[in-house]
Design a protein around this ligand. Structure first.
Ligand code: CTP
Ligand code: MG
Length: 573
């Protein structure tokens, strides 16, 4: 944490310094008031009232100015600290591998980067502002009380252990609840996010009530834990107040007795002593609040550290490949299983290679491992056995950016950002000119529909791309990939929402414009794959055949079955 605060040490220092100015006012004011009462009011000396009164007002102005400055500097330190932590967390999360994001879950990451950082921010604020204030006020208050009369300090000393015991007891009870609260907040965020993003499904199945109940359960659970913590803390103030009032009675009794017997204290001093006493004892409650913030923040900081300390599981390599080999892919006895099911391999001992400029189609039943296979090429996941080679070099040896720059991948689920269509396409290549965007859109068969949009390329895309049809989203994703002019183009079922004519035009355009680019096309329809140089038939994570359309019709029963089933469907349609 100090690493983040170091940059703002000046503010961390200035805030407590100005706080001391504010404190001087708080500590001197009751003593001045005592003089006004004793010498001015009771001694009927108007000059003292005016003189001390002016001094007091000036002191208040000075103290107030110091207070404002302290607050400003403390805020600068805390907000800048939070800003840096959030930025670091975000950059870390962006670096996470798919598996790591799945492990943390989106809901939890959102809570950590927002709520958890806010908790720690508050702690920083309190540390530089209130902690110093509390400690100085506490010590200063005892000193000033002692100065009024040592007997008063003795009375306060009786109350202190009781109050400390109450505070320690409450904090001990409440601390473990904070980790639970943050976890429950994770859960709530997760449900909220899933439901808001999936609102169309919820409505389609009329599941609003069901999901509301789901949400309410999580919400109640969070509420209960919060309430539990607050109930414990609710006892704190009244308990301290009882002891405080007992001490006040003690001071009045001792002071009254001294006033009556030998007149060694004045009524003004007794009044000041009561003010100091409240100051001291209330500081303990304040400190309890600070410790409470500390406990809560330390639970949050632990969660933040979990994110910050998680290094990307995929270490980027350092070797760059031969310049003269471009677009070659080889799978060498590749097996792969997802981390959450290590005993259930999704791909089993696959070996094949793709030449530069070749078009390899991959076909297979749903769940056969097509997406998993293509995701190994840009190293979204690492193989569990064997190796994936791009241009003759293991993908694990590449700097990740160099590897991914070579590849343009259009994922099965088109993900767009809530920016204009132009920006979404340019996203693939920042330096792209307007003419490049148009060209990419033309290849992706998207130009016609984009031109018909109200603001053409400037038309904004709503969140999640809901303002576009499935096929339109797919075509913008394709344009985003082709604008990169990559060495390897991967389409994961990216033409599934296109009609056959549009899809055929897309592949023709790709064939013309990307003749030298290696293309991997995952598809479900025979019509989408039959033009490919080779077709790889995947069945249950294994290659069951590979060849041209004609060859496979001869040699592969699985392929023939796929052809037959689609012909039947075609005939029925
Ligand atoms: N799978 C998994 N964890 C993931 C993704 C997939 O365990 N994060 C499993 C799926 O349950 C499936 C297998 O991996 O059994 C293969 O999934 P995938 O490669 O996505 O199959 P595809 O052939 O791409 O299926 P589809 O045609 O439906 O896209
Ligand atoms: Mg798939």
């Amino acid at each position: 944490m100090l690493r983040y605060l170091k940059k703002y040490w000046v503010y961390c220092l200035l805030a407590p310094l100005f706080m001391l100015g504010e404190l001087t006012m708080d500590l001197l004011q009751p003593a001045m008031m005592a003089t006004i009462v004793d010498e001015g009011v009771l001694g009927s000396d108007m000059q003292i009232i005016v003189y001390e009164g002016i001094r007091m007002v000036l002191l208040v102005i000075f103290g107030g100015t110091c207070g404002v400055l302290c607050c400003v500097f403390a805020n600068i330190a805390a907000q800048s600290f939070g800003n840096d932590v959030r930025k670091d967390m975000f950059s870390h999360i962006m670096d996470f591998s798919f598996e790591q994001t799945d492990f943390f879950t989106t809901g939890s990451l959102v809570t950590r980067i927002t709520n958890d950082v806010t908790q720690v921010e508050q702690m920083v604020m309190m540390s530089v502002r209130s902690l110093v204030r509390c400690v100085v006020m506490f010590v200063g208050g005892i000193y000033m009380l002692y100065r009024q009369a040592p007997q008063f300090a003795f009375v306060a000393a009786w109350g202190l252990p009781f109050i400390t015991a109450i505070v320690v007891f409450s904090l001990k009870k409440v601390s473990p609840l904070y980790t639970v609260i943050q976890q429950k907040l994770d859960r709530l965020n997760c449900i909220m996010q899933e439901n808001i993003a999936g609102t169309r499904v919820v409505k389609a199945y009329v599941k609003e009530e069901y999901e509301l109940e789901h949400f309410s359960d999580a919400n109640h659970s969070l509420c209960d834990t919060n309430l539990h913590a607050q109930t414990i803390l609710a006892f704190l103030n009244p308990s301290v107040n009882i002891i405080l009032n007992l001490c006040v009675v003690g001071v009045l009794y001792v002071g009254g007795d001294m006033l009556r017997t030998d007149g060694s204290v004045t009524p003004g001093q007794i009044m000041a002593a009561i003010t100091y006493l409240s100051l001291i004892l209330m500081r303990i409650v304040f400190m309890a609040n600070i410790f409470q913030t500390f406990t809560r923040a330390s639970a949050s900081w632990k969660r933040i550290r979990e994110v910050l300390d998680t290094e990307n599981a995929q270490q980027s390599g350092t070797r760059c490949p031969d310049e003269d080999r471009k677009g070659e892919i080889e799978f060498r006895q590749v097996s792969f299983a997802y981390a959450d099911a290590p005993d259930r391999p999704v791909l089993n001992n696959l070996s094949f290679s793709v030449r530069r400029g070749e078009t390899l189609a991959i076909i297979g039943s749903t769940g056969s491992g097509k997406t998993s296979l293509v995701q190994l090429i840009p190293r979204f996941y690492d193989v569990t056995a064997g190796a994936v080679l791009v241009d003759g070099q293991d993908v694990r040896e590449y700097p990740l950016q160099v590897l991914r720059d070579k590849i343009g991948i259009v994922q099965q689920k088109a993900e767009l950002f809530s920016r204009s269509i132009q920006e979404n396409i340019c996203w693939g290549c920042e330096q792209a000119e307007e003419s490049d965007v148009r060209h990419a859109a033309r290849i992706a068969q998207a130009e016609d529909f984009i031109r018909r949009m109200p603001k053409s390329y400037e038309t904004p895309v709503t969140e999640g791309g809901h303002s576009l049809s499935g096929g339109q989203k797919q075509r913008i994703s394709i344009a985003r990939a082709v604008i990169k002019k990559p060495e390897i183009l991967i389409f994961d079922d990216s033409g599934s929402a296109l009609d056959l004519k549009t899809e055929a035009r897309l592949y023709d355009a790709l064939h013309q414009e990307f003749a030298g680019t290696t293309r991997i096309i995952v598809a479900q329809r025979i019509a989408s794959v039959r033009q490919a140089d080779r077709i790889l038939v995947l069945d249950n994570g294994q290659i069951c055949a590979c060849g041209t359309h004609e060859e496979l019709q001869e040699s592969s029963a699985v392929y023939r079955e796929i052809c037959r089933s689609q012909l039947r469907k075609g005939a029925m349609a």
